[in-house]
Design a binder for this molecule. Sequence first.
Ligand code: NI
Length: 177
Amino acid sequence: MSMPMKRPILIHPDPRLKKPAPPVTEITDELRALSKDMLETMYAAPGIGLAAPQIGVSARLIVLDCIKDEDATPRPLVMLNPEIRAVSDERSVYEEGCLSIPDIYAEVERPAEATVRWTDADGKEHEETFDGLWATCVQHEIDHLDGKLFIDYLTPMKRQIITRKMVKLKKDRARDD
Ligand code: NI
């Protein structure tokens, strides 16, 4: 088995970030390698979640680990075909960011708890109710699979300002290459 490698992360605006992803139908070695690459990419960024469309792969696959404390045991989760089964009426607000929208943060309100069903990289089924940062993160990542970004929850005006900044960032990066 080869070592996991970092993959380039797509930056908004990119049509691949807006496209709904199809379900994973087969767990292959390639898919397992991809999920390891995604964890590697996420930890290196550093980030707490990453969805396959963000590295240009259209598949319902996300990775996350919301353990931020360096001394705590990491909890890397690989979710194939994650599905939100239930959410709480109670809502919470977190300042969200996204590896595809670097250095931009904004408050987003979402359900405070989310019950998610998924398949792991070994084909095992799981269901768990997440709260706190985990609930926000898992909802944010599942949104990516539906072509939705956290800035889609903001006003059109704010979204436009952020999108302009990202267009400029991409131009600057292209010039530096
Ligand atoms: Ni994101």
